[in-house]
Design a protein around this ligand. Structure first.
Ligand code: NAP
Length: 432
């Protein structure tokens, strides 16, 4: 496998040849979990397969290394407001966010918008004692900033109720289990409607999440001890607008939240609707963690509403208006670009299995054009194209050099690795 520098946020693969006597050539774009699982499944299913994985970065593994990627194209208004993606990339040493420098010293309060697993990850990193982070592979610049952080209170704001919280149990348990942390949940918010009961009956994860939250609401002291860190779950509130500080022009000083009620007649489909009642929550840092949306890849079909490449079981569709829809022969998709931004890492395993089954089926049925009927330049052609475009290509061995240097540096401070987080550092080590 080779890794080359190429722009892509998720991945697609194109089977390039099908003649059994010839190698089956597959190019996977994007080296995150979905890409790697697919490469692995392809190699297992087809002995003659040759797989190339290409990625924009000189470091592989996508979300496993740097948290998740695609972005809501939102504009930033005020200093102190960050997207959770930027923040996660910052503490994971992603070179695009190395210099985010979030200001964690000027305020004791952070508000996180959203209650999914990313929101919980971010809350945990802000609230966990840094003595417990030093032995992880957190980027050293982030560890230094967290050591000096003044943040003591974190508010996790959800527009719906505890029954609809988007997180999963493992992540919730971890954040609730942080040492010496005061948890605050309004008892009133835990009251369930008959529709909520129905929703819980049908979903084991939601049921467990609700149980954990109910237990946490009653098990601790009603007020924090002096100096104790606090985590507040705020339900039935949606962001209305950010407020600018009078003392520090250009900086956020708080957020106006609108109270919501749930509307909807079907369990699982209750929506948060604003009530025109507003309240103010003071804070100096806001992290928007309201999910992700894939970005289109040039020249590929894209469903802008769903944020996915239209597909059937991973087979890319070039025209969905026809019946049956027209397939892009030899082009497949996996991961968030296929199914939307949901699921844990292992979800990509099943997702990859489905896509590889579609590829295998198409090879058997002769749907994928063979190299004799439609000769393609394959890997050599790709390398030539990148060369024509002056794209610098790094092979997998360049990553191995980065990996070994990161491990060596990590060893010095008893960490699994010390991530190289700036482009220059990465390129220097990769090309030494
Ligand atoms: P998510 O699970 O989709 O959660 C998004 C949160 O933002 C929800 O609370 C959602 O509320 C809220 N939200 C969405 N739009 C909003 C709006 N306009 N205003 C206010 N709130 C809004 O997204 P995520 O946390 O970014 O995670 C993405 C995926 O990665 C998930 O499948 C997650 O499980 C996965 N992940 C897994 C791990 C892990 O396995 N450890 C770690 C991180 C992420 P509603 O429910 O009301 O829409």
């Amino acid at each position: 496998m080779k890794m080359v520098n190429f722009g892509a946020r998720s991945w697609l693969c194109r089977a390039l040849s099908t003649i059994p006597s010839n190698p089956l050539r597959v190019c996977v774009v994007g080296s995150g979990p979905a890409g790697f699982y697919t490469a692995e499944k392809m190699l297992k299913a087809h002995q003659q397969a040759q797989v190339d994985i290409i990625d924009r970065l000189p470091t592989p593994f996508g979300l496993v290394r740097s948290g998740v990627a695609p972005d809501h194209p939102e504009t930033k208004d005020l200093n102190g407001i960050y997207s959770a993606r930027e923040f996660v990339w910052w503490y994971n040493g992603h070179p695009d966010c190395r210099f985010l420098n979030p200001d964690l010293k000027s305020t004791d309060t952070a508000v996180i918008l959203g209650q999914g697993n990313v929101a919980l990850d971010v809350a945990r990193v802000l609230l966990r004692p840094t003595t417990e982070l030093v032995t992880t592979d957190i980027a050293s610049h982030a560890l230094a900033a967290l050591k000096e952080s003044a943040i003591r209170k974190v508010y996790l704001v959800g527009r719906r109720g505890p029954v609809q919280a988007a997180c999963t149990t493992k992540e919730l348990r971890e954040v609730l289990g942080i040492k010496d942390l005061h948890i605050h949940i309004q008892q009133d918010d835990l009251v369930k409607t008959p529709l909520d009961e129905e929703e819980l009956k049908n979903n084991r994860i939601q049921r467990r999440v609700y149980e954990f939250l109910s237990k946490a609401a009653t098990s601790g002291a009603s007020h924090p001890c002096s100096g104790q860190r606090e985590l507040h779950f705020v339900f039935f509130r949606k962001p209305n607008r950010f407020l600018e500080s009078d003392e520090r022009s250009g900086y956020v000083s708080g957020i106006s939240l609108e109270k919501t009620v749930l509307k909807g007649v079907e369990p699982g489909k209750q929506m948060a609707v604003g009530t025109q009642q507003f309240e103010y929550l003071g804070c100096g840092v806001v992290l928007k963690s309201i999910g992700y949306k894939s970005i289109p890849v040039d020249g590929l079909p894209f469903d802008h509403q769903k944020g996915v490449v239209p597909n059937i079981n991973g087979r890319v569709l070039s025209d969905t208006s026809k019946d049956p829809p027209v397939l892009e022969k030899g082009l497949y998709v996996c991961g968030w670009l296929k199914r939307g931004p949901t699921g844990i890492i292992a979800t990509n395993l099943y997702c990859a299995e489905e896509t590889v089954a579609a590829i295998s089926d198409d090879i058997e049925q002769g749907v994928v054009p063979s190299s004799s009927s439609l000769p393609k330049p394959g890997r050599e052609g790709l390398l030539q194209l990148l060369d024509n475009r002056n794209v610098r290509v790094l092979p997998f061995s360049a990553w191995e050099k980065i990996d070994s240097e990161e491990r060596r540096l990590g060893n010095l401070t008893n960490k699994p690795r010390e991530k190289l987080a700036a482009w220059e550092e990465l390129m220097k080590v990769a090309t030494e």
